[in-house]
Each structure stands twice: as C-alpha cells, then as structure tokens.
Ligand binder design. Structure first.
Ligand SMILES: [Zn+2]
Length: 567
C-alpha cells in the first residue's frame, strides 16, 4: 500500500481523555476513534491488525478440530429466561423491546443460544464430541467503560462451546483449548500467565483466566516467583504473614474497655497501641435474606468470592446499618463474636491458634480484649481472606507477589449447568437418554491487541510483533525529490510484495523525521530507509524493537527483511 493514499490520522499530542498506554497509542497512531463511551470505530490500521489476530485464532481453532459457526447477536429473552441468566446478568445485559413489545437483548455470551441450537439438533452419542466456535460481536453495558479497547460495550470475541458424553471428554477438550490458547498468544507475541480462576456468572467446576500483567488492568493475580503458582486474587491461597505482635499468653477472660469514637481497625490500633494483626475484624453480611457474621484478622480483607462460596450465595451483600443495629444492638465499628446468638459465625483460618485478641463488644464505643476463638465463642472455620503480597506460598514457601492484570481470555468447565436445565439430551450406546457435558471458552480479540501494546511500547509508539502489526515493513525514501531514491524505494517495496511481505511504501511528501516518527508510532517492526547512502548502493534496515540499524545492499534489502521476519 502507498501511505500517501491511506487514511492514517496520527496525532502528535497525547489525547487528554486517554489514561492507559494502549488507549493513548491507539488514538495517537490513528488506529481507533471513539464514537461514544466504550464504543469505537476501528480505522484501517486497527482493522488490519485485528484481522491478523483473527486469522491466527481461526488457524489454531481449526487445527484443534473446532468448527466455525456464527450465532446471532440479537436474542429473544426466552432463551436467557430458560437458563435463569435474564435475571442474573442484571444491568450488564443490553435489553429492549421489539415492535410487538417482546423482550429482547444483545448477547454478551452465547451459552444459551448454543445450548438451544444443540438441543434441537443433537440426537445421539455418535454425534459427540462437538466443538463449535465463532468470531462475533458481543455487547455488554459496562458501568465504567474506559481504557480504550480494554473495557468496552461492544467487542469482538472468539467464543467456543464443547459438548461431550462424559467428564473425561470435557477434560480433554478443555486441555486442548488451554494449549490452543497458549499457541495463539505465543503467535501474537503476548506474554501471559494462566491462572486458576473463579467461574463467576458462567458457573461450572473449573476455570482458568489468561492474564497479561498491566497497570491498566482491574484484576489482581497472586503469583509465586518460587514455583510458578498463580491464581486470581479472589481465589488465591497462602500462608498468612505472622502477626506483628505476640498475643498475650494465658487463659484470660474477655474484658470490656471503653473505646470512644474508635471505629476503624486503624483507629483502634492507634488507640490501643497494638497492631492491626491483634484485632478481629467483624463483617456482617446478608446471605439468602439471613444475617451472618464473618471474622478476619484486622489487617486482612474478605475475599467476596470465597465468602460467596461458603455462604452458598454469591449474591450476598453487606448488612445495612439498621439491620446491624437490630441484630447486634450496636453499630459497625463495635461489633464482635462474643455472646452472639442466632447469627452463624464464620472465622478465617488465620485466627486459628491465636489467643486474647481484640474484638468489638456489640456495644457502641466499647471493645473486648482477651477474646479467643474456640473458647470465648465458636465459629465455622474457612479460608475467607484475600491473599496479600508477602504471604508465603502454600506449595514452596516463597513470598507471593500480587500483580495487576488484564484478562485476555477465560475458559470454563460448565459441566451440566446449561445442558441439564435447558433439556439437552442425547441417546447413549444403550439407547438411554443422557445429558451431554459442556465447556465454554472465550478470547477478547481487541484485548489481545491492547495487551500487546500495553506490554510492548515506548515513548515513541507501539512495538508490535510482525505477526499482528498492520504492516511488516515500511520502505521510506528519505527525499521524494531524489528520483534515484524514489525509484529504488519503489523497487524494494514491489519486490517485498512479491516475496509475500506485507509492505508499505511511505511515499508521502514529508520530511524524513516526520516519516520516521509516524512509522515508529504505528509500530511497524522493520523500516528500510533509502537515503544518501544509496550513492554507495546501500540502504538502511532498522528494527523498531531494538532500534538497531544495519546497512545492506539495496538489491539485497527485500531478502534481508524476509530473513529478519524468519521466513
Ligand atoms: Zn511457590
């Protein structure tokens, strides 16, 4: 392509509305333009990159034996009502009524549609296993659309769905997806971590997220530098750091003391002169309409995912002030487990073995010292806390790190969550009706591009790998007015095309500095500069990533580019 004929609206200034690097660069490099919050138009360069990513995804999905299909984005409410997710998805689902007043939505995922389709078609075990995939536009009414392509309301996903006769079949196809995803990300030049994850609204027994480390992310991952253990922070486990002070020894009985106006853990630590680790933090929640008291160490945070699992209600909520007063006779800030009746108590395991701690007295402006779990009150014991950086790894003892990440992909063993209630049945070899077991697997296509940019950029622009860059090489005559330079540049460009290299000729009548800056900004991996050295028969081959330049004979340039591309 000739740059002079293309629409590549690069910007010199960093757009004020963009905070994260990938968003800034996608705007500056003329890849995307925002139509409305979380809704973007992909201009020419973005579309070229995204198509390359889609091609890699298709090749790898085809190679694992998956079949490409395409489901409608426009869904009737009935299929979502059947699965129960019409209610579960809440405000995230775009809903509206058609002209006849029927409820409709724009799909954010396709478990329902796929299950309904399979239910109508699959009859026999002989038709299984099946893996169906699509590259399709999804909609999600994000509460806070931001960060460019990382948190959007309309996005392209590769999603696939598997149907198997048994758990062993599901395990095998799940593993295949895992490996296929690793190959896709490797080919896209994306460094990632696969982490043990929570299934969330998808349901099912096992799931992994593929995460890319980035400050732009909103997910946190606990990672062990010692053994490689990694998990979503909500699910991660660890050995907590030791308390900052030893507990008072002895069989002491709880003793009330006044704490006027001291409500938070930090205030109480300053007031008592004892560290936060000496306190029990009391959290009152409402699960299934009933109160529960959850205790964690003063310096620890509750993992909502773990708590949801223990309470058997992922939708549990914090109790309201009036509810707390009614059940405990005191306000938040003075609550504790001693003498609590008719409210189940759940204690985090980090409190086990501790003695004579501080807890609220269930009386405003008062606390108790010398509170011991198992002696002064009884509780159900669970791991309900969130891991913190510096905790010890349960496998190898090394100190865990907590890093910010962007989720690029998520795979789920759905089990029978959709097939069972939605009535998907096939006949087995004995002629008996059985329910197939399902899996679901998704990759965010735009997030791959954003993730690569987050990881690979510098102050001058994107540093894209050739596999997903909009062009592999840009051929740049330094001076358009020099006929020899222009002719040679054109010849190199055409020979590159002939060799199957995705080449761009920067034939714009601009100063060389402007051309170089733009090429760096849009992230083209290689640049061939045809300049003054042409008098000695030489051109310059520059690599964007390393910024190294080498002189090559102009006639050799196309082959040199091909070699650098590893072809
Ligand atoms: Zn470890």
């Amino acid at each position: 392509m000739l740059w002079s004929k293309l629409f590549i609206p690069t910007l010199r200034e960093v757009p004020a509305e963009a905070e994260v690097a990938s968003h800034q660069l996608l705007l500056r490099a003329g890849y995307i333009r925002q139509l409305s919050a979380g809704i973007y138009t992909f201009l020419y360069l973005a579309q070229r990159s995204l198509k390359k990513i889609q091609t890699i995804v298709r090749q790898e999905m085809d190679a694992m034996g998956a079949q490409e299909i395409s489901c409608p984005a426009l869904n009737p409410a009935e299929v979502w009502q059947e699965s129960g997710r019409w209610d579960v998805m809440g405000d995230n689902l775009f809903r509206f009524k058609d002209r006849f007043g029927r409820d409709m939505c724009l799909a954010m995922t396709h478990e329902e549609v796929i299950t309904v389709t399979a239910r109508g078609e699959l009859r026999s075990y002989k038709q299984l296993p099946q893996v169906w995939y699509q590259l399709q536009t999804k909609f999600r009414d994000e509460p806070r659309p931001k960060s460019g392509l990382l948190r959007v309301r309309e996005f392209m996903m590769k999603d696939s769905y598997s149907f198997d006769m048994d758990q062993a079949g599901l395990d095998a196809v799940y593993d295949k997806h895992y490996k296929t995803y690793c190959r896709i990300f490797d080919r896209c030049g994306l460094e990632y971590t696969a982490v043990d994850a929570h299934s969330g609204a998808m349901g099912g027994s096992q799931s992994h997220e593929f995460m890319v480390a980035s400050d732009a992310g909103e997910d946190f991952v606990a990672r062990c530098p010692g053994c490689g253990y990694s998990a979503n922070l909500e699910k991660a486990i660890s050995i907590p750091a030791a308390p900052a002070a030893d507990d008072p020894a002895g069989d002491l009985t709880p003793e009330e003391f006044p704490t006027p106006g001291q409500k938070t853990i930090a205030e109480l630590a300053a007031f008592t002169g004892l560290p936060e680790t000496s306190q029990m933090k009391s959290l009152v929640v409402v699960a299934d309409g009933k109160p529960a008291l959850i205790l964690v160490r003063g310096d620890h945070q509750l993992s909502e995912t773990k708590a949801g699992a223990i309470l058997n209600d992922p939708e549990f909520r914090p109790a309201r002030p009036d509810e707390i007063r009614q059940w405990f006779g005191a306000d938040a800030g003075s609550l504790g487990p001693v003498a609590v009746k008719d409210v189940p108590i759940f204690a985090d395991r980090a409190l086990v073995g501790r003695r004579n701690m501080i807890a609220g007295a269930n009386k405003n402006d008062a606390h108790l010292r010398h509170v011991t779990l198992g002696e002064d009150f009884q509780a159900e014991l669970h791991d309900v806390r969130q891991v913190v950086a510096g905790d010890a790894c349960t496998r190898c003892g090394a100190k865990l790190e907590v890093i910010k990440c962007v989720e690029i992909a998520h795979i789920f063993k759905l089990g029978y969550k959709y097939s069972e209630p939605m009535g998907l049945r096939v006949l087995n070899a004995e002629g008996k009706e059985v329910t197939p077991i399902m899996g679901s697997y998704g990759i965010g296509i735009g997030r791959i591009l954003s993730g690569v940019i987050e990881l690979h950029h510098d102050k001058d622009g994107m540093i894209l790998p050739p596999s997903i860059a909009p062009f592999e090489v840009v051929v740049t005559p330094a001076n358009n007015a020099d006929a020899a330079q222009m002719d040679t540049a054109r010849a190199i460009y055409e020979e590159c095309l002939g060799l199957g290299i995705d080449a761009l000729l920067d034939d714009r009548d601009e100063r060389p500095g402007v051309k170089f800056k733009d090429a760096d900004l849009i992230g083209v991996p290689f640049r061939v500069v045809v300049g003054k050295k042409l008098a000695q028969g030489l051109v310059e081959l520059v690599e964007r990533k390393t910024r190294t330049a080498a002189d090559v004979a102009s006639a050799e340039a196309p082959r040199a580019v091909l070699a650098r591309l590893g072809r």
